[in-house]
Structure formats: C-alpha cells, structure tokens
Ligand binder design. Structure first.
Ligand SMILES: NC(=O)C1=CN([C@@H]2O[C@H](COP(=O)(O)OP(=O)(O)OC[C@H]3O[C@@H](n4cnc5c(N)ncnc54)[C@H](O)[C@@H]3O)[C@@H](O)[C@H]2O)C=CC1
Ligand SMILES: CC(=O)[C@](C)(O)C(=O)O
Ligand SMILES: [Mg+2]
Ligand SMILES: [Mg+2]
Length: 347
C-alpha cells in the first residue's frame, strides 16, 4: 500500500495485502535452509517454523550453537544438518552466518546454488562489498534480502508477543521471475510487521551508519560524555546514571516510541521543554560532522574492511568479549547493573 512518510510517498507491504496463507502458498514446495544459528538464525528459523514453513537449520557440529539449536527443538538428521548438507537440501539458502563468516563458507554455498534456487541475505554486505568478500552469485539464481530492523532476539520476542518487527526487503537478481513473491513471502514468514523496499547498497550503507551511529555507537558516546561531566562535577554514580540512562530507557523513550519526540517533550515540564528546544540544535551541529565522516567511511568500504579483518580472526569472539567487558566493567554500566536490580519488577 502507498503511504505518505512526511511529504514523500512510499510503497510498503503489510500482512493485510500479503497474508501468511499467501506466503505459505508461495513457498509450499520450498525447503528453506537457515545457514548459521547465531542471533538472526534462531529468530528467523523459529518464526518460520512456527508459521508453518518447511525449514531446516545448517550449523557447524560440535559448536555451542549446534547445542543451542538442539535445545530449541531442531532434530539432528531431520531438521538440523551440517552446513554443506543443508546447502544441498535447501531450495532457498538463508545465508545467516556472520558477514565475515560468509566469506569462508561462500565456495560451499556457491557449489550448491543450482539454477532456480534462491540465495537470501539479511544484510547487503556480502554482495555490495564483493570486491572484498568475493561473493558474486551465479546468474541463474534469485538473490534476495530481508533485513529485520532490529536484533534477532527482538524479532523472536516480538513474534512470540504477537507483535512484529519491521524489515526492509530487496531484490538483487530475479532469475526465476518469482523473486518478488519469494522475498515478500519470506519477509512475512520470518515475522516482519511490515516490509519496506530498498536495494542491497542502500540497506548496507544505512544499516552500517545506524548501528555505528545513533543506535549503538553514538548513543554510548553521548551517554559516556554526559555521565563523565556529571561525575567530574561531584554527582554520585546513581544520580549520574539515573539522569543519563535510566530515565531515558524507562520513562522517556517509551513515550517517544508511542507518540513521537514532540509528545514526549509536551509531557515534560515547560522548564525542560525550553532547555531541550534550545540545546538540541547545538548537539546536532556538534555531531553532524562526525556522522558525515562515518557515512564516508561506510561508503568507501572502510567500515566493511575493518569488520572483515577483525571478525575473520580465529579468536574474534574472545577479542569482542574483552572489549565488551571493558564496557560492562565501566563505572557507568556497573551503576546500571545496580539500578536494574532496584527496579521493583526485578525483585
Ligand atoms: N544480529 C542481528 O540481530 C542482525 C544481523 N543481521 C545480519 O544477519 C546476518 C547474520 O548475523 P548474526 O546472526 O549476527 O551472525 P552471528 O555473528 O551471530 O553468526 C552466525 C553464525 O555464523 C557462524 N559462523 C561464523 N563464522 C563462521 C565460519 N567461518 N564458518 C562457519 N560458521 C561461522 C557462527 O557460529 C554463528 O552460528 C549478518 O549478515 C548480519 O549482518 C541483520 C540484522 C540484525
Ligand atoms: C540489530 C541490527 O539490525 C544491527 C544493529 O544492524 C545489527 O545487529 O547488525
Ligand atoms: Mg540493522
Ligand atoms: Mg547491522
């Protein structure tokens, strides 16, 4: 359906125009092989299974995630296979290894992409940066994308709650003439609330910008800056944390989610409104050059190169964990752990 986003009209696909029954009809003869069982793998595979699709999972044996797949109800030899066996059995291959991991498995996946199969991604990364990944799909398969706009953990949680995370979708190559109905059916099948169309390049550039920017990188940066200034001026950790993070996640962001920034402002004091209206523009102006630098680094493929380089190392998990523990052990997030315990619903 066509909808106005501000003054711009866009086409979105909802469950109303493309109900689950239609998705099941489109994919009734397909075997959907979900390759990789990290964060997106479980969310998408379990939602597809619960929605009545024919799904198998491919994962390395003797790994923690193989055991997790078994614990989630996938049966070795029936619905859970080694990666190569799943590639062979699947007619739609959902390539949900980490973006760096996809490079290593690509020769195997490619070998099993016989004509008419579909290659499905949840990120435009591998194909867009194919000068770095080597992922160049054969011409006689569909190449499609459904990118849930959130963590696989939320995708599953929201599905179980009867809600739906929104996703973008894209078609890179339509070899069968059925790529469009295939990709939309998969998008509905994995539990998307609605789908908006993009292309692989735009998906990856916006996504890499978003996660490095406001969604993850910038927000931690801005939290740290304010927390430090409050602490340096003699405020206690609990006061600094509450005024920086807790109030935002518990009180104010839910209001923004419900009805927008203006409505959240309107539900705060006129004192706060005066100050926030004065200060948001200096913050925008201070951070915009950093966002421009970030977008350029994404566009130039530098962010992709860094990610491939670091996540292809044998000990990449340990290294990431080390850096995450640095965050976890910072005073701000230690204070956060105590504050979370104090929420009445947590005790
Ligand atoms: N994590 C998320 O919620 C989101 C991820 N995506 C995209 O979905 C795709 C999958 O991402 P995640 O689920 O985060 O992946 P992940 O980092 O959790 O890894 C998925 C699986 O790949 C396996 N793997 C890694 N390297 C391997 C290798 N060399 N050989 C064999 N297996 C290997 C891991 O064991 C794991 O089971 C990526 O394209 C990512 O950008 C998109 C939206 C959100
Ligand atoms: C959750 C999501 O969509 C991210 C942040 O882009 C990602 O995990 O890559
Ligand atoms: Mg994303
Ligand atoms: Mg991402």
């Amino acid at each position: 359906m066509k909808l106005k986003f501000g003054t711009v009209e866009e086409d979105v696909v909802t469950r109303e125009e493309f109900p689950l029954e239609k998705a099941r009809e489109v994919l009734k003869d397909e075997v959907i092989a979900v390759l990789g069982y990290g964060v997106q793998g479980p969310g998408q595979a379990l939602n597809l299974k619960d929605n009545g699709f024919n799904v198998i999972v491919g994962q390395r044996k003797n790994s923690k995630t193989w055991d997790k797949a078994v614990a989630d109800g996938w049966v070795p030899g029936e619905t859970l296979f080694e990666l190569e066996e799943a590639c062979e059995k699947g007619t739609i291959l959902q390539f949900l290894l980490s973006d760096a991991g996809q490079i290593a498995l690509w020769p195997t996946v490619k070998k099993h992409l016989s004509p008419g199969k579909a290659l499905y991604f949840s990120h435009g990364f591998g194909v867009t940066y194919n000068d770095q990944t080597g992922i160049v799909p054969p011409e006689d398969v569909d190449v499609i994308l459904v990118a849930p706009k959130g963590s696989g953990t939320s995708l599953r949680r929201m599905f179980v709650e009867g809600r739906g995370l929104n996703s973008s979708f894209a078609i890179y190559q339509d070899a069968t003439g059925k790529a469009r109905e295939r990709v939309i059916a998969l998008g509905i099948g994995v539990g998307s609330g609605y789908l908006f169309e993009t292309d692989f390049y735009r998906e990856v550039t916006s996504d890499l910008t978003g996660e490095r920017g406001t969604l993850m990188g910038a927000i931690q940066g801005i939290f740290a800056a304010q927390y430090e200034v409050l602490r340096e001026n003699g405020h206690s950790p609990s006061e600094a944390f509450n005024e920086t993070v807790e109030e935002l996640t518990q009180s104010l962001m839910p209001l923004v989610a419900e009805n927008g920034m203006d409505w959240m402002y309107a539900n705060c004091s006129t004192t706060a409104q005066r100050g926030a209206l004065d200060w948001w523009k200096p913050f925008r102006d201070a951070s915009k050059p950093v966002f421009e630098q970030l977008y350029k680094s994404v566009k130039d493929g530098k962010e992709a190169a860094k990610s491939i380089e670091s996540n292809s190392k044998a000990d990449y998990r340990e290294k990431l964990e080390e850096e995450l523990s640095e965050l976890r052990d910072s005073e701000m997030w230690k204070a956060g752990a105590t504050v979370r315990k104090l929420r009445p619903e947590n005790n």
